[in-house]
Design a protein around this ligand. Structure first.
Ligand code: GLY
Length: 332
């Protein structure tokens, strides 16, 4: 089939690569390739660390997609860091959050190992004294910019959709075209990039006085520190207050932050849906398929989304949990 993919973020590019691999004639259309949320993303492949009560479906989807990442990373020649995630609670109240999350994961049979103060210290000697934590050994991370660069080398990029395209896949993140624009809304994320001679070894997802923060090391001194989360109508910018909150929370966990070079601040909107689940499948308009609304999970869910979109085009199959028509009144 002749397929145009609108949007060259990590979701659109991964969809484009998968469709091309399956023999479709694919063009990816974007005036600013890889410049949206994928440019800001830390690259956490963390289905468990990023899940919360009521999001169990996301855990299932995330675990399935994490399982597809090793093959995708190998195909693209990008590094996949499989060092796990350390959840940490700075004080006793924060540790309760970690313990509730660990209990949720345990109930779903997900591997999680609770650690006391000393256990956290030996897992991550660079961290400050914290109340405790939990290790999620199966989690990983990638550098989304490296992934997008590798994908851009493998897809055909065009400036405009083709008039003779048989199918259009809409993967334009937080700004969907009409009539779907109301299905997603932007949730601002501000994120900082640092360079350190004493980085953590693995992804650290922490609570500090009720404030959520994460550190994602690349293994070469680069560390990504994220992220704020606010619904906003204004254009995304890094605010002084956002940076201050991130730095203060991260410093409480990781004292070496003081000596780190502050390299970059980035802000982008995450594409949120009403029920927190992506929109992958029929759009309600013939020949148009959505691959959108991935909110906090675009990098993690990209390979699963690519597989689902390609399966849908090849066989007509739709995952009912992700079917976009669930959010459109009267569209089924
Ligand atoms: N998945 C990380 C974030 O959205 O901040």
């Amino acid at each position: 089939m002749r397929v145009d993919v609108l949007g060259a973020g990590i979701v659109g590019l991964t969809v484009g690569e998968e469709l091309a691999r399956r023999g479709h004639d694919v063009a990816v259309v974007d005036p600013q390739p890889a410049g949206g949320a994928s440019y800001a993303a830390a690259g956490m492949l963390c289905p468990a660390a990023e899940v919360w009560h009521g999001e169990e479906e996301l855990l299932r989807l995330g675990v399935a997609s994490l399982g597809l990442w090793p093959a995708l990373a190998a195909r693209l020649g990008v590094a996949l860091r499989r060092s796990g995630t350390l959840l940490v609670g700075y004080d006793a109240g924060d540790l309760q959050q970690v313990e509730r999350q660990a209990a949720l994961l345990h109930r779903h049979g997900h591997p999680v190992e609770l650690l006391g103060r000393a256990g956290v210290r030996s897992a991550e000697p660079t961290l400050a004294r914290v109340a405790g934590g939990a290790l999620l050994p199966s989690e990983a991370s990638v550098d989304p910019r490296a992934v997008c660069d590798a994908l851009l080398d493998r897809v055909v990029l065009r400036g405009a959709p083709r008039p003779d395209a048989e199918v259009t896949v809409v993967a334009t993140g937080s700004s969907l075209p009409e009539p779907w624009s109301g299905l997603v809304s932007g949730v601002r994320g501000e994120i900082l990039r640092l360079r350190s001679d004493d980085p953590p070894r693995r992804t650290v997802r922490g609570w500090v006085g009720g404030e959520a923060v994460y550190l994602v090391p690349r293994g070469d001194g680069r560390v990504v520190l994220g992220a704020t989360s606010e619904a906003h109508a204004a254009p995304p910018v890094v605010t002084a207050g956002g940076a201050l909150r991130l730095l203060a929370a991260a410093r409480a966990l990781w004292p070496a932050l003081d000596r780190a070079e502050l390299v970059e601040g980035t802000a982008r909107d995450r594409p949120a849906t009403v029920d927190g689940l992506p929109l992958v499948g029929p759009s309600g308009v013939d020949g148009v398929v959505l691959a959108a609304g991935h909110y906090r999970h675009g990098v993690l869910l990209a390979p699963l989304t690519a597989q689902l979109v390609a399966d849908h085009l090849d066989t007509g199959r739709v995952d009912p949990v992700l079917d976009p028509r669930r959010t459109m009144q009267g569209a089924r």
